[in-house]
Design a protein around this ligand. Sequence first.
Ligand code: ADP
Ligand code: MG
Length: 361
Amino acid sequence: MSNKSSLPITLRQVTKRYGSAYALDHIDLDIRSGEFLTLLGPSGSGKTTLLTVLAGFTRPDSGSLKFGDTEVICTPPQKRDVGMVFQNYALFPHMTVAGNVAFPLKLRGVSANEVARRVEHALEMVRLGGYGERGVHQLSGGQCQRVALARAMVFEPRIMLMDEPLSALDKQLREHMQIELRQLHDKLGMTTVYVTHDQREALTMSDRIAVINGGRIVQLDTPRGLYDRPANRFVAEFIGESSFVPVTIQEGAVRFDGAALMTPAHPGRDGPRLLMLRPERLKILGNSGNAGLNTLNAKVVSTVYQGDSSLVQAALTDGKLISVRGAPGSHVGNACPRVGDNITLGLSVEDTFLLPEEAAQ
Ligand code: ADP
Ligand code: MG
């Protein structure tokens, strides 16, 4: 659809305060041309503020914002060549579907013939070809969101901003739309900044994710990088499930309750650290064949059947509770262990991840 090139976005020291509180605290961020980047963080972390700074609705107190080589901090929203989709579709209820999608083109003085052609094309892109004459009130929630999307992209913006666009939809439709949005992005190639508080949605859709907390970017990485190598406990807890076990580094070895654990790389300086355990990476072992694994002894505290998997809670020898997740029937002997059983847990050396030193407290 678009024959214009997409644009990289560069933020330097972007700061916005409300009273004495920082909504954005000296944000540095480089968004690549054509990339799908997600801002992920809890409620109140500054995601919407950052997106409205990109759109031009919020003026930061200080800092620089460039689209390509152009400083845009003083450029008004309508001159920024940015498409936006919000959580509440904000469609015009009295207009038809085509009327809604045509709106940004009419604002820009595009001729009637050209409007009709581009509206139909945009509707086809979101799989609503032929829906132009319907009223907005005749559409489902998912269809309304697709109209909002068509309206945001009909003028072929080089940057697309989306603020929790799927959060009003039910789970099944949301998961379907996640895949559709991503495919649409891959087809059109515009630089996309997407906001969500849903870590699974972020993992599903993004090239990279910026985890934001308290107005700061705490980690920027690929989905796999964030999941496997979180920079600190906040990221490890926010993305996926995890348990943390206090361990001690002694002369290059990781010690837990008398046992030594191996790590893929040298664990670093002597002192206390936190071992991160992902429930699905732990295996409940039988008596033989533990080669290549670190092992921990534990006692089963509870078991829960959850359909696609079962969750076992177990207490380590120091009393610390951890979670183990497996496919039902995948546990040893094809039976879920019972409460009170003593079990041995195996963790592959590659999955033995220590949080960085500064995160050990
Ligand atoms: P998120 O989108 O991540 O939930 P926001 O960007 O909406 O977070 O808000 C970040 C912080 O800035 C919050 O503490 C919020 O209360 C505050 N904030 C946002 N907008 C305003 C405003 N217009 N006036 C005062 N405080 C605001
Ligand atoms: Mg928000």
